[in-house]
Design a protein around this ligand. Structure first.
Ligand code: GDP
Ligand code: ZN
Length: 300
């Protein structure tokens, strides 16, 4: 019997596949080694169910996208946690991550955390102006966390953000919805994903620093979440070519056809550049443009 499912956990060559018939512990067939395909957390796979209750992965569907760190794929959205309290976010790092995500077709959601300490007005202004979905919250008090749900419901998300910004605290806050509301707790045999609620943060702590253990955690409302160490989620991916960089800044989009010269790279000295005009006219935030110039000037 073959089944379709999603790879939610990978440990040293063993894979947990979530299917609507339950979870199967699988190995991949040797053929993957020959073809150079290593199954990743997030993969949509076909499993051959074996009589002993285990399974074998016999096919892996084409991936929509893949991150290198953590090794997960088919991500619907990258939730970038930032803060104006400690650790304070550097807009350049946020912009670089947002551009890399745009280049790979991954939606970015910004969550300004620790708003109980610092309301994050500067970051809020930059990223609302730029048109990103931005949520202000405190994972500690729970304030604002509910505003994240409509943006992530039913999605496979990865969390990114500096160590200490509150990723584990956010997972806890999202998870506590089971406790705080009348939502039924998932039964063990119908649960989505590999672990009981309540185990999530414990598992996060254990899994975070090992590259061999990668896991998608089941959260309420059909959310699967991959934990991401630091701001490194898009490390190791190839650089965005200069000609494609402006397209990865969605707030530049309305102006890209307005430049006088085709192939305009929107650099500082560029004559007749509609992007520059938009910066001068206050329609593009200077912080975003500064990041663009810095990325443009980086050696390949
Ligand atoms: P991670 O390294 O990104 O997973 O960060 P943690 O979730 O471990 O949080 C780091 C520290 O910040 C912990 O002491 C948390 O209690 C604290 N913290 C997390 N979120 C908030 C918040 O919204 N407000 C405040 N004041 N502290 C927070
Ligand atoms: Zn231009």
């Amino acid at each position: 019997m073959t089944l379709n499912g999603r790879l939610v956990r990978s440990i040293s060559g063993f894979y947990t596949i979530h299917t609507d018939q339950g979870d199967f512990l699988c190995r991949a067939r040797g053929i993957f080694r020959l073809r150079g395909v290593t199954p990743l957390a997030g993969d949509f796979v076909t499993v051959e169910a074996l009589p002993d209750g285990s399974g074998s992965i016999i096919d892996v569907a084409e991936r929509r996208n893949a991150l290198v760190r953590p090794p997960v794929c088919n991500i619907d959205a990258l939730v970038v946690l930032v803060s104006e309290a400690v650790p304070r976010a550097d807009p350049y790092i946020i912009d670089k991550m947002a551009a890399m995500a745009a280049y790979r077709g991954i939606e970015i959601i910004l969550l300004i955390n620790k708003c109980d300490l610092e309301p994050g007005d500067v970051l809020f202004e930059i990223y609302r102006t730029a048109g990103f979905p931005v949520v202000r919250a405190s994972a500690l008090t729970g304030d604002g966390v509910k505003d994240l749900w409509p943006l992530i419901e039913g999605k496979c998300i990865a969390l990114a953000g500096n160590s200490g910004v509150g990723k584990s605290a956010l997972i806890n806050a999202l998870e506590s919805e089971y406790r705080a509301s009348s939502l039924p707790r998932p039964e063990p045999d119908v649960r989505v994903g590999p672990c009981r609620t309540g185990e999530v943060s414990e598992r996060l702590g254990r899994g975070r620093h090992t590259t061999r253990h990668v896991e998608l955690f089941a959260l309420p409302r059909n959310v699967l979440a991959a934990d991401t160490p630091g701001f490194a989620a898009l490390d190791g991916l190839e650089r965005i070519p200069a000609a494609a960089l402006a397209v990865c800044f969605p707030d530049f989009a309305p102006y890209l056809d307005g430049c006088r010269f085709t192939g305009c790279l929107h650099g500082e000295g560029q004559k007749g550049c509609a992007v520059r005009d938009a910066v001068d006219g206050g329609r593009i935030h200077p912080s975003r443009y500064a990041s663009y110039l810095k990325m443009l000037g980086e050696p390949s």
